[in-house]
Design a protein around this ligand. Structure first.
Ligand SMILES: [Zn+2]
Length: 224
């Protein structure tokens, strides 16, 4: 009995340090070892004359690619911006034709029609466009009942797990950067929400710092 107690005590003595070191050792290892860290920059609500080309300039300067979820009705007159986006290796996704919540979320049919119109608008400029990647305006949580319809129509939708908050208030570039970093914390796969609609000047100002931060942290930039 005494021997058993001693053995148990000895085991308990050995065990805590062994187990105890594991989380501490695992945390830095997860950051620096083979486990790849990935970030997907995603821009909603373009193309726009004022924001999209500047975002493209910054992305080119840093040599990183992003995904642009576009608004179909904004493409007319901005065909060159859309062509440039594709030509520079960015992914183009379907966001909406009208971005009118009341209209598109009225019914399954209304939503699929809106998605189809957006896709047609993209294809009118990029005839070989065959992607079926989609982002619900406002996020799929606004209308979870419609997720199945989108999937059944062959689309893959993407929400986000990090955000600069640039559509949620009037933040400074510094605050947008901090929002992006904070919301991405402890995530090895970051899907970051940004906007390239009209008036997103602070997003443009924050973008170099956001990219620089994730590059320094060892993230690989990928497109959807
Ligand atoms: Zn949007």
């Amino acid at each position: 009995m005494k021997t058993l107690s001693f053995l148990l005590a000895a085991l308990l003595c050995i065990c805590p340090p062994v187990c105890g070191t594991r989380p501490a050792a695992a945390a830095p290892a997860a950051r620096t070892d083979a486990g790849e860290r990935v970030i997907y920059l995603t821009f909603d609500d373009g193309p726009t004359d004022s924001t999209t080309p500047k975002a493209l300039d910054i992305l080119r300067e840093f040599g990183v690619k992003a995904t642009f979820f576009v608004i179909g009705r904004q493409i007319r007159g901005r065909e060159e911006i859309l062509r440039r986006t594709a030509a520079e290796g960015h992914a183009i996704g379907i966001h909406t034709y009208t971005h009118d919540y009341a209209a598109i979320y009225r019914s399954r049919e209304a939503l699929l029609e809106d998605i189809g119109r957006c896709r047609d608008a993209i294809r009118s400029v990029l005839p070989r466009y065959s992607r079926k990647i989609y982002r619900f305006p406002g996020g799929s949580f606004l209308c979870p009942d419609l997720r199945a319809a989108v999937k059944a129509a062959g689309y893959r939708y993407y929400d986000w797990n990090a955000s600069a908050g640039d559509a949620e208030g009037s933040y400074s570039a510094e605050q947008l950067f901090e929002n992006a970093v904070r919301s991405a914390q402890n995530k090895d796969s970051v899907l970051l929400l940004l906007h390239d609609g009209v008036g997103y000047r602070q997003t443009l100002r924050a973008l170099p710092k956001i990219i620089g931060y994730f590059q320094n942290e060892g993230y690989r930039f990928k497109t959807l």
